[in-house]
Design a protein. Structure first.
Length: 373
């Protein structure tokens, strides 16, 4: 299996782990990137862009990264906070007055970012059509009552996360979150990541491949079960690609994910572009919750917009100022502010392992070998 791209010899263990994953068949097509001080030291890709293995994964191949998109949505909010246009501790009603009913008057912006607001789901079943209808999705959320006291526990806001934060951003900027992200973040960074994919990029898309075998039963510690609104096959549709579903429908590859997120790991600036102050970067690490997540049933420690490293975290990494999140099927991004490293892994072959996917974890551990004396 031929691997393409660049890899600094200091990170040769990443190349070896990536090659092994593709050769073993664990990956069909994938990409991995490591940025240090905002610059790429690993940018590798290989394998196939389709399940039939007839098209090679190219340098510019992109795919749906599912909930890794949430880190892009969070970054949009942080950029506005850094500019003084968004107060992370303000009530959501400051920006979205209609939200202030049914016991939500005290829900703060930081609660939306940390999955502690009490809205892991809609109160009614949602179809793909509903998820593609921004006004319907946000109006329904504005009418709901929180399912627990906001700010006290996390319960993963799988799809609602992007609509809640995205509507706050829309009220401030009078732009959709996809447009804001493209204009204010991806554009200045020349990053090939998209929330709402234009037709001109369709030929580069590698559709995600369903995970083999049946989905596992919910974790026994799940308190609030949340239904699945879309199947893997739904994401192959033009409807999904064009919609702005900012918790789950972002398109990119490891290079573009790392290029954007490295702003956080490199104190707010990459190259000539500064998007955040150091203080705003550090604000991510204000702990909002640390408990068994009510929806996922696993221990999670959430900061502002990202999960934080902890001894009981599902993603094992050194105990540093490190934040992360991943996507359904296995994609992962990690920002380490102490080493100024960003790690990203994006693939098309999905698994049922989530944040504990052995492919992403092996690559991450290989990246950290570069920092071992």
């Amino acid at each position: 299996m031929e691997i393409h791209g660049i890899c600094n010899e200091r990170f040769s263990a990443v190349r070896e782990a990536f090659t092994a994953s593709l050769r073993s068949g664990a990956d069909v097509g994938a990409s991995v990137a490591v940025y240090l001080d905002g610059e790429p030291v690993v940018d590798l890709w290989g394998g196939y862009a389709d399940q039939a293995r007839t098209r090679l994964w190219q340098r510019d191949t992109i795919t749906n990264v599912w909930s890794t998109t949430k880190t892009m949505t969070a970054l949009c909010a942080l950029v506005l906070a850094d500019r003084g246009e968004l107060d992370l501790f303000a009530p959501v009603t400051k920006y979205w007055p209609e939200f202030g009913c049914a016991g939500k008057e005290q829900v703060e912006v930081r609660h939306l970012l940390s999955h502690t607001a009490g809205f892991p789901d809609w109160d009614q079943p949602m179809t793909l059509d509903d998820l593609c209808d921004w006004e319907k999705a946000t109006t329904l959320l504005a009418r709901q009552t929180p399912r627990w006291e906001p700010g006290t526990r996390s319960g993963y806001h799988r799809f609602t996360h992007g609509f809640l934060i995205g509507e706050v951003i829309r009220r401030i900027c009078r732009q959709s979150i996809g447009t804001f992200f493209a204009d204010q973040i991806a554009g200045p960074l020349s990053a090939d990541f998209h929330i709402g994919l234009a037709a001109e990029h369709d030929q580069r898309v590698s559709d995600v491949i369903p995970a083999p075998g049946p989905a596992p039963a919910p974790h026994p510690r799940v308190t609030i079960p949340v239904g699945a609104y879309v199947t893997t096959q739904d994401t192959w549709s033009t409807q999904w690609r064009r919609a702005e579903i900012p918790a789950a429908a972002g398109y990119g590859n490891a290079r573009s994910v790392a290029a954007v997120q490295s702003v956080l790991a490199s104190a707010g600036q990459t190259g000539l572009v500064r998007l955040l102050s150091e203080d705003t970067c550090h604000a991510v690490f204000g702990e909002q919750s640390h408990d068994i997540d009510l929806v996922l049933g696993i221990p999670l420690r959430f900061g502002v917009g990202y999960a934080l490293t902890a001894q009981d975290a599902p993603v094992r990494m050194p105990d540093r100022r490190t934040c992360y999140w991943g996507g359904r099927g296995g994609s992962l991004v990690v920002n380490d502010l102490d080493t100024r490293m960003t790690f990203a892994y994006v693939m098309n072959q999905m698994s049922h392992k989530g944040l504990t996917d052995p492919r992403s974890n092996a690559l991450l551990h290989a990246a950290y070998e570069a920092f071992t004396p």
